[in-house]
Write a protein that binds this ligand. Sequence first.
Ligand code: SF4
Length: 264
Amino acid sequence: MIFDIKKYTIHDGPGIRTTIFLKGCPLHCQWCQNPESMSFRPERLDRPSRHFYVNSPWVTDRMTIGKLISVNRIIDEIMKDTVFYKASGGGITISGGEPLAQIDFVDSLLKVCKKNRLHTVIDTSGYADWACFEKIRRQTDLFLYDMKIFDRKAHIKYTGVDNTIIFENLEKLIATRAKIAIRFPLIPQVTDAVANMRAIGNFLSKNKIREIDILPFNFLCYEKYNRIGKRYPFRSSRTTRSRIESTVKEFSKSGLSAKIEGWA
Ligand code: SF4
């Protein structure tokens, strides 16, 4: 079950990529930029909207988000752009939602990608059984791995799930020598507390991670919430350049080099 395929993406791994967005996530982050990614089922819009993918063949119709699709159909689409992947060092990224929540599909897709010598990236919250990582890690060239909130109770409050397994899986994944890029969503009044950044920075530093990608908050997704009849609690929140700069400084205290993704 997917909710979009985006071509020519440049923030989901190296080079020019095709990103597949799988629908469904076990987390319900209150700030999620893609509210349509959470449910594992197709969702009806209140009316057609340019903010959803109404011109995309990956929606069922102008009023529904989410479509069942086969591995072969996706591969046909991906392979149309191999010339761009080769020229840029790009490939395919499987994102969501949470891709590991549809592990058999992801495993099949990765295997076919590898047969076609494509560079593969998984964009994950880390919230999955370790067996899922074991199943796909050899076919995955890079994991984009989210670190959101260190405090367990706060993590439950803002995402709906315990974070213990997320930290455990990251430690196990590091031990396999998998290539990992850590991503930190900078959410005003939630993840941007100094104590949170310090705790995450220390955890990563202890595990010999030296880099972190900061994903600045973007409030514009509130329109999408409206369309599927949900309220966006962060509608009036904003991130400033100085807040981003202080975040970079804070992580540097833990020995992390911070890179800012997608900030204009
Ligand atoms: S893990 Fe990602 S996709 Fe899932 S709810 Fe959180 S922000 Fe949204």
